[in-house]
Ligand binder design. Structure first.
Ligand code: OAD
Length: 253
């Protein structure tokens, strides 16, 4: 594993354009449960029952009670971990250009990343289904369920539910980033939800080296990715960034 970390650091240090694709796994060490796998949200809930837009429209109170109010508490308490901070550091060094994330927790921005494509939206804001008015999720009164806007309309999170389209502008930006990079880091992503899982395929077809960081293999492993660093996001990204910093300092000597 140390060899692969070193190899990754070298590829990044020699790269002109790194892009990262991140999934729920990058935020696990920040205390946010993933969707799939042990302890995952979809072990507790049926995604089609609580995560689908039709379920929300049919019974917003149920989805607010079961899923959204619990998510609010978890997300509001979460802080960036060394993996988010490491990616922000690579951007600051001018090496990493874009983070494409499936996460709605906003932790990349809190860590300092500036160019972030939020494929599935962001949980920090709610939007009224009737008048389109927006309010910060932390500020909404949960004593009535579902929470309502001053106009009487129901609030929904500005996240993409199952059954909804990825906002076209975000999809465009992600595809451009994926096809422009020479190294793509895929961190904590199960690579089973489309179209996000297709971004590494675009990167590979455009000539990039795709590197996965994940405790488990995924459908990309052994096909799209050049190799998998089988480990947790935080310590792995931290070691890679330390390696990149050393290699660049050596080059300058
Ligand atoms: P998943 O929950 O499907 O997958 C999480 C991945 O993170 C798995 O491959 C785990 O092995 C890995 N993992 C777990 N702990 C980790 C750690 N400490 N470090 C690194 N990796 C770790 O999450 P996503 O791939 O993001 O969609 O799921 C994609 C989409 O499915 C989500 O955005 C969401 C969900 O349904 C919507 O909400 C529309």
């Amino acid at each position: 594993m140390e060899d692969l970390i070193h190899k990754t650091a070298r590829l990044i240090a020699d790269s002109r354009h790194v892009v990262a694709l991140t999934g729920a796994g990058i935020s696990v060490e920040s205390g946010i449960p993933p969707f799939r796998g042990p302890g995952g949200l979809w072990e507790k809930f049926d995604p089609m029952e609580v995560g689908h837009i039709q379920s929300f429209m049919r019974d917003p109170e149920k989805v607010w009670r079961l899923l959204i109010s619990e998510m609010r508490d978890v997300l509001m308490a979460a802080k960036p971990n060394p993996a988010h901070l490491g990616l922000a550091r690579l951007e600051e060094m001018g090496i990493l250009k874009t983070v494409i994330t499936q996460n709605v927790d906003g932790l990349h921005q809190t860590a300092g990343s500036r160019d972030v494509v939020e494929f599935h939206g962001n949980f920090a804001w709610l939007r009224c289904l009737d008048c389109g008015g927006r309010v910060r999720t932390v500020e909404v009164d949960l004593s009535q369920m579902p929470p309502r806007c001053d106009c009487g309309g129901i609030f929904r999170p500005e996240c993409v539910f199952f059954g909804e389209m990825i906002p076209p502008l975000d999809l465009d930006r992600a595809q451009i980033a994926a096809s422009s990079c020479d190294v793509m880091l895929v961190v904590g992503c199960s690579a089973v939800v489309q179209p996000a899982a297709y971004m590494p395929v675009i990167a590979r077809q455009s000539g990039a080296v795709v590197i996965e960081i994940n405790p488990e293999p995924t459908p990309l492993t052994g096909r799209t990715s050049a190799f998998l660093i089988q480990g947790k996001a935080g310590p792995t990204v931290e070691k890679i960034v330390a390696g990149v910093t050393r290699i660049i300092a050596d080059k300058r000597r």
